[in-house]
Design a protein. Structure first.
Length: 169
């Protein structure tokens, strides 16, 4: 099958939208990949307009496919163990405590940095953190055994006068 020479003037808006649909339905590409293709076409046609090869840019009205943000991925048990092992081997007790508390409570970085010693409530079989999160909203985050053990071990190494937020941040 012979197509003949390529002419930028042969590209039309319906051709580009058909190509976008083809990439989406037949080829099954994800939005980011399809958008990469479309941006390449848009840049080529903008260059062609600047060079006088075409009178108008048919790709200007073609919309990119909106990207849907992916939800955060949960670490597998194996990945979590590897992360803890790496920080235990190469980091300090503080680093390990930060990581364990973050993994087991889901605290945001800002919430973790804002923790004070009086916000940590540890019992023998229970415990919780008092957290002031986004827009200063109050909540209590329960601590499982692993997070309690990490915090207990770390708090015992701190001198009495040092605030938890200064030592964790």
């Amino acid at each position: 099958m012979s197509y003949g020479p390529f002419a930028p003037t042969a590209i039309s808006t319906p051709t580009i939208t058909t190509y976008r649909s083809f990439l989406q339905t037949v080829v099954g590409l994800r939005p980011a990949s399809i958008n990469r293709h479309l941006v390449s076409i848009k840049r080529y046609l903008a260059w062609a307009v600047d060079g006088g090869l075409v009178a108008r840019d048919p790709s200007r009205v073609v919309k990119l496919i909106p990207r849907t943000p992916q939800p955060p991925r949960h670490l597998t048990d194996r990945e979590e163990q590897a992360l803890i092992a790496a920080v235990s081997q190469h980091g300090s007790l503080r680093d390990r405590t930060l990581l364990v508390v973050t993994l087991h409570t889901g605290l945001r970085a800002e919430e973790l940095c804002g923790l004070k010693r009086e916000y940590v409530h540890l019992g023998r079989r229970s415990g919780h953190l008092t957290v002031y999160g986004k827009r200063n909203k109050y909540r209590e985050v329960p601590l499982n055994n692993t997070a309690r053990d990490a915090l207990t071990g770390y708090l015992q190494t701190l001198p009495r006068g040092i605030d938890l937020s200064v030592s964790l941040a």
